[in-house]
Design a protein around this ligand. Structure first.
Ligand SMILES: [Zn+2]
Length: 108
């Protein structure tokens, strides 16, 4: 936390804010202020482009359109495919890719 301001944008109406949360204009409430249909802001960079979480991952050309939202946990098969994909861009010294942690394929 705390390296400058974060910016958040509602993709529906395009307004930005410096805090996360639901867009008041686009979130639907009922008469008792219960949320019916929440509209969350997404994090953006200062220049207005969508912010991508800054992990150790190198740039991943595939799945950048809508992959990030759905990508919660990869299956082992997907992980392996991704490692192979990444290794084409950033091979390590001994040819192993260790970005995604130790393989635990053996432990079942
Ligand atoms: Zn909005």
């Amino acid at each position: 936390m705390g390296n400058g301001l974060s910016y958040w944008k509602c993709n529906t109406c395009g307004t930005t804010a410096t805090y996360q949360g639901l867009c008041r204009d686009c979130t639907t409430y009922d008469s008792e202020r219960n949320i019916i249909e929440p509209t969350s802001r997404i994090r953006i960079n200062k220049d207005g482009t969508q912010h991508v979480k800054n992990t150790q991952r190198p740039i991943m050309p595939f799945g950048e359109r809508d992959g990030f939202r759905k990508q919660k946990k990869l299956t082992k098969k997907q992980t392996k495919a991704m490692e192979e994909h990444i290794s084409k861009f950033r091979p390590t010294k001994d040819g192993e890719v260790a970005l995604l942690g130790e393989s635990d394929d053996e432990e079942e």
